[in-house]
Design a protein around this ligand. Structure first.
Ligand SMILES: Cc1cc2nc3c(=O)[nH]c(=O)nc-3n(C[C@H](O)[C@H](O)[C@H](O)COP(=O)(O)O)c2cc1C
Length: 163
């Protein structure tokens, strides 16, 4: 069976037709927060309660989160563009100006995230140039009933209902 060649630019363009929500995955690296923005977050299983996302193998933040063995999924509200821009940047200044509290599970919870889902690392599976990460939910909370941040073709936006 021959493998079809897929042009990377076409792959990005076609897959970019599909919008995503925006979450910040956080953990503690010693005393310091580590984090990355993901659009690949998804709910996976109810029994056991599992959620997942796909970190790029080139991510410098993912190994810190993996080492922590726990992570928090902070679901971004449509008014949290500053947090998304800051945490998606590479380097040591991701959390400058980002307010958070540390939970009983020792996880940074970002202020005003619309929901937070605290997880224990369940599995990490190779998936091409990404990892497929599953977390088992330890605690979850809807913090506020506001609209989520959405991401589409490189732009942040909000939800608009069609009547
Ligand atoms: C809206 C949005 C969604 C993203 N989704 C993912 C994702 O699902 N997986 C991933 O590895 N990186 C994703 N990124 C990129 C990371 O947030 C981050 O820029 C990257 O991990 C670089 O930082 P790091 O080296 O600290 O990990 C996304 C970025 C944005 C802005």
């Amino acid at each position: 069976m021959s493998e079809t060649t897929i042009d990377p630019a076409a792959f990005r363009k076609v897959l970019g037709s599909y919008p995503t929500g925006v979450c910040v995955i956080t953990a503690l690296d010693g005393e310091k927060p580590a984090g990355m923005v993901v659009g690949s977050f998804t709910s996976v299983s109810l029994d056991p309660p599992l959620v997942g996302f796909f970190p790029d193998k080139s991510s410098s933040s993912w190994p810190l989160i993996e080492k922590a063995g726990h992570f928090c999924v902070n679901v971004m509200g449509s008014d949290q563009q500053d947090v998304c821009r800051s945490v998606s940047a590479k380097g040591d200044e991701k959390f400058v100006g980002v307010e958070y509290v540390v939970s009983d599970h020792n996880l940074p919870i970002i202020r005003d995230a619309i929901a937070c889902i605290e997880c224990k690392l369940y599995s990490v599976t190779e998936a091409g140039d990404h990892w497929f990460v599953l977390g088992q939910v330890l605690r979850m909370e809807t913090v506020r009933e506001d609209d989520p941040m959405l991401f589409h073709r490189g732009r942040y936006g909000g939800f608009a209902e069609r009547m």
